[in-house]
Design a protein around this ligand. Structure first.
Ligand code: AMP
Ligand code: ZN
Length: 480
């Protein structure tokens, strides 16, 4: 069945036709690693993980490239590292490692590539040069600015009225801008805590990129000048994605940057967007390993199932009650499957694939999951003609249920990894990542402290080097 996706650019559901079926390419804006991700930030990660799984199933895993960046270059990061008295690298490495551990626990596959902004400065500078050369950008007071009036189609993605955009731009007025709507591609670094690189376009003062140019540069390097799908949360449509489109289309001279633009709705608390600035947030880690929300810990598969209950474009109200319901479902599926031999294999039923292919209709996919669960338990709408048929039917349904849950990334296996509880496993990995970051930063007092903390938990560490990259790696074992 054809995949149909709602495209923010056309404002309708269109049939998805990749540019090259052998090389399907998707870019999703990833986390800004200044602080731990909250459960709202997990929504795009889960939504686009589901799409990634569907694309791999449809086109073959080796034919899909999924790039999700790590924004490790941002003024919030500089400020936070400065406040804490640690290096930018130490802050971003630690936060990125905790982000990985958290989204792993939510059952998300790692993307094919995870580019970091700091590894793509040359591409960002090259884009600045191209845009200045073609008259779409200019240099003023050590800044490179994109000239919005130079682009007739600016605003096509967000379809915001020009007046709104001008009013929005007034928030960020600067005397060196030719038009209020012009935005920063490159800016000077003057303070000691601001990281700086040699500037492009003949600017003598060292500088650093603006946020929007980072994604244009990383998408270009890993996916090419034009690619298939670009995703992120709905808050990114304007200005971030509008500006990415402006930069990339004007630099390369194509009509589009990506053919399909997809945006997830907000995860809300009592009707308001969950966000750091409103202070109404709970981190993924807190949900997994503390009693902060609803007075108990929540396994990753419960959080994932709760997220999937709502269609990705609708807002989700995040409540303990919804999590309790998801938890009860997981326990039901687990109980059903325990009665069957786990070696029976089955294909994912068409009904599940069709639901996902219809603009990721996870709600419908879960209705189908419940139907399979009832069938496997022997509760079926159609009466069987014999006892053998009843048992056969149940076994088939159980195999399909197991395959479907695995396809959707919902882990219903007994909650243990390598002999230890999954949550404990996550804690260990998080501590080890923090210790590696401390060692890289030569903060040996901190790395020893973490080693002692792990020893107290009964975990023994062994340090070594990755034979392929030469990077330090740490393995661990439970002490006997
Ligand atoms: P940030 O780290 O703030 O750049 O956000 C990372 C991703 O999370 C972006 O795709 C945002 O659109 C998304 N996001 C942030 N808050 C929410 C929320 N409350 N609900 C859904 N997505 C969100
Ligand atoms: Zn981005």
């Amino acid at each position: 069945m054809a995949i149909r996706l709602y495209n923010t650019l056309t404002r309708r559901k269109d049939e998805f036709r990749p540019i090259d079926e052998k090389n399907v390419r998707m870019y999703v804006c990833g986390p800004t690693v200044y602080d731990d991700a909250h459960i709202g930030n997990a929504r795009p990660v889960i939504v686009f993980d589901l799409l990634y799984r569907l694309l791999r199933h449809t086109y073959g895993a080796e034919h899909v490239t999924y790039a999700r960046n790590i924004t490790d270059l941002d003024d919030k990061i500089n400020l936070r590292a400065h406040e804490r008295g640690i290096s930018i690298r130490e802050l971003t490495e630690g936060t990125a490692a905790r982000f990985h551990a958290a989204v792993d626990a939510l059952g998300c596959l790692r993307p094919t590539v995870e580019p970091r902004a700091t590894d793509h400065i040359e591409e960002m500078k090259a884009l600045c040069e191209k845009l200045v050369a073609s008259g779409h950008a200019y240099v003023a007071e050590d800044h490179v600015l994109f000239s919005v009036p130079s682009m007739a189609e600016y605003g096509k993605l967000s379809k915001r009225p020009l007046d709104d955009m001008i009013a929005g731009a007034r928030v960020d007025v600067a005397p060196y801008k030719r038009s209020d709507m012009d935005f920063v591609l490159w800016k000077p670094s003057r303070e000691a805590h601001e990281p700086g690189w040699d500037s492009p376009c003949g600017i003598a003062q060292p500088g650093r990129p603006g946020w929007h140019i980072e994604c244009s540069a990383m998408a270009w390097r890993h996916l090419g000048e034009v690619f298939d799908i670009h995703g992120g949360g709905i808050d990114l449509v304007f200005p971030h994605h509008e500006n990415e489109v402006a930069q990339s289309t004007c630099a390369f001279g194509h009509k589009v940057m990506a053919n399909v633009w997809m945006h997830n709705g907000f995860l809300q608390v009592e009707g308001e967007k969950m966000s750091k600035s409103l202070g109404n947030f709970v981190t993924i880690d807190e949900l997994l390993s503390t009693d902060t929300f609803g007075g108990r810990k929540w396994p990753g598969e419960v959080l994932r199932l709760a997220m999937m209950k709502t269609h990705y474009r609708q807002p989700i109200d995040w409540t303990a009650r919804a999590l309790e319901e998801a938890d009860a479902k997981i326990r039901t599926y687990r109980r059903t499957l325990e009665k069957f031999n786990s070696t029976e294999s089955a294909d994912v039923p068409e009904a599940i694939l069709n639901a996902l292919s219809d603009d990721l209709n996870t709600h419908l996919a879960l209705v189908e999951i419940d139907r399979l669960d009832r069938q496997a338990s022997g509760v079926s709408a159609i009466p069987p003609s014999s006892e053998t048929e009843a048992i056969d039917r149940q076994t088939i349904a159980a195999g399909q249920l197991r395959a479907s849950l695995a396809f959707l990334g919902v882990d219903v296996a007994a909650p243990a990894v390598g002999g230890v509880n999954k949550l404990f496993h996550l804690q260990i990995e998080t501590l080890i990542a923090a210790r590696l970051a401390a060692r890289k930063a030569k903060n040996f007092a901190e790395s020893d402290r973490i080693r002692d903390e792990l020893a107290a938990m009964g975990i023994q560490l062994k340090d070594g080097k990755d034979p392929a990259t030469g990077e330090p790696v740490t393995t661990w074992a439970v002490m006997r």
